[in-house]
Design a protein around this ligand. Structure first.
Ligand SMILES: *Cc1c(COP(=O)(O)O)cnc(C)c1O
Length: 370
């Protein structure tokens, strides 16, 4: 088969040939052409969530987690108190990275199959005035559940608390409007719904906050205020930029605009998701989340309840047909995940469903009846 494997994973994901070809050029990091590329990319990123008036966007080298860590380090003062309501693996990661950098952190674990409750958050914030900031994962990629960003932001604004949003797996696909949703920082990355390649993140920080963040970060490399100040002064990244990743993201964003921006991307992912859920459903595979909570980003499925099922063998057999699935991230239940995002459409998703069907049949799991 001369086609690349189709990545049904939440980043890295399948990219277009145009995006891949954009990496076949070397850029000088001091050169005016590259500075212009970075500036144009930052403008386009601000436009995705209508944040040009309210926020700056600061790119950062590294995977998405580096940017989450940098956002917390930069925006949450050292004597502040961060609350994370935890409904999945990425919530736990935010709690851990904040704890490791010495921020006072409170993590409350909640059910993984339910969105975070704004009413519960309000109660917790009222009960503890020392909580200065809330950390929220918009789409919790561990399960695919979407947390109510607008409602949580409204609670934080009303009670005068800061909000850090990890919108890594939702940015570009789910609607986010900085004109109506108030947040201090919002984090995303190149290799998710914008369909670039992995290697850089970016953090939106409130314009009226960014200068006051000077001195918050315990880490030089993670200091987004410093990165921003340097970029404003010189047009350059502080340290070696991931030039090919930036070029690929700029090209991916041109295609994002051509496709019709966020609404068009969401529509395609919703179509992918329906094809997937209907197709695997017909094979007898059930979603972990209730149908109304399934999001068009990533879907968690219960593994077939059959002693002969083994994820590694299942994965290898589906891969041999050209599709890469994603393991589950739940400790209590045996699951696997399938991403709906990336440069794929209904045809690729239907082919993946067919590959799963053939695999289950070959493993002797009759039509996959779970
Ligand atoms: C992908 C992702 C991240 C970042 O993960 P990396 O492996 O560091 O790229 C963070 N949060 C969420 C919700 C994600 O989906």
């Amino acid at each position: 088969m001369d086609r690349d494997n189709i990545l049904l994973t939440p980043g890295p994901l399948t990219t277009t040939l145009r995006t891949k070809l954009a990496m076949l050029k070397d850029w000088g990091s001091w050169d005016a052409d590259f500075n212009a590329l970075t500036a144009d990319l930052r403008r386009r990123l601000l436009d995705v969530i209508h944040a040009a008036d309210s926020h700056v966007v600061v790119p950062l080298q590294g995977s998405g987690t580096f940017s989450v860590e940098a956002a917390v380090a930069t925006v949450v003062p050292r004597d502040a108190h961060l609350l994370v309501l935890d409904n999945g693996a990425y919530c736990q990661r935010m709690g851990k990275l904040a704890t490791l950098m010495g921020r006072r952190t409170t993590v409350h674990s909640r059910a993984e199959d339910q969105p975070i409750s704004p009413a519960e958050l309000e109660g917790l914030l009222r009960a503890d005035p020392s909580i200065s900031h809330v950390g929220l994962i918009h789409c919790e990629t561990g399960t695919g559940v979407v947390n109510p960003l607008a409602e949580i932001a409204e609670v934080c604004e009303r009670l005068g608390r800061g909000l850090i949003v990890d919108a890594m797996s939702s940015f570009g696909a789910l609607p986010i409007d900085a004109r109506t949703i108030r947040f201090d920082a919002l984090v995303a990355a190149s290799g998710k719904c914008l369909e670039g390649v992995p290697g850089m993140g970016f953090v939106f920080i409130r314009r009226d906050l960014v200068d006051a963040c000077a001195g918050n970060s315990h880490s030089l490399a993670m200091d987004l205020q410093d990165q921003h100040a340097y970029m404003q002064r010189t047009g350059q990244w502080r340290f070696t930029p991931p030039t090919h990743v930036v070029a690929a993201l700029a090209e991916a964003m041109r295609q994002f605009a051509e496709e019709g921006g966020q609404p068009a991307r969401l529509a395609r992912y919703q179509d992918n998701c329906r094809t997937l859920v209907d197709g695997l459903g017909a094979l007898g595979l059930r979603t972990f989340l209730a149908p109304e909570l399934v999001s068009p980003i990533i879907v968690t499925f219960h593994a077939p309840a059959d002693a002969r099922y083994d994820f590694r063998a299942f994965y290898a057999a589906v891969k041999a047909q050209g599709y890469l699935l994603y393991p589950g991230k739940l400790t209590q239940v045996e699951t696997f995940r399938v991403g709906c995002i990336g440069a794929i459409g209904r045809l690729e998703m239907q082919q993946a469903v067919d590959a799963v069907g053939r695999t289950l049949a070959a493993m002797g799991l009759p039509a996959g009846r779970a």
